[in-house]
Design a protein. Structure first.
Length: 70
């Protein structure tokens, strides 16, 4: 399973995607439909995967600040 996921990741053109789109593509690569936790449709059929998309902390925090100091 992980080998297939890594092959899928290597095919991505992430530079052409927004961060939320890249994250969605990653979660969708596990062989089931993926939804953000706030966008699961009423008629969604199991199995599906949900994930929290919290973008307010992106580009913030210790790691991002360390890059800015250089």
């Amino acid at each position: 399973m992980w080998a297939n996921t890594l092959q899928a990741v290597s095919r991505w053109e992430v530079s052409d995607m927004t961060k939320p789109a890249a994250l969605h593509q990653f979660f969708s690569s596990f062989g089931m439909t993926a939804y953000t936790s706030t966008s699961v449709p009423e008629d969604a059929v199991f199995p599906y995967l949900t994930y929290g998309l919290i973008t307010s902390a992106w580009e913030c925090g210790r790691a991002a600040n360390e890059d800015r100091k250089r």
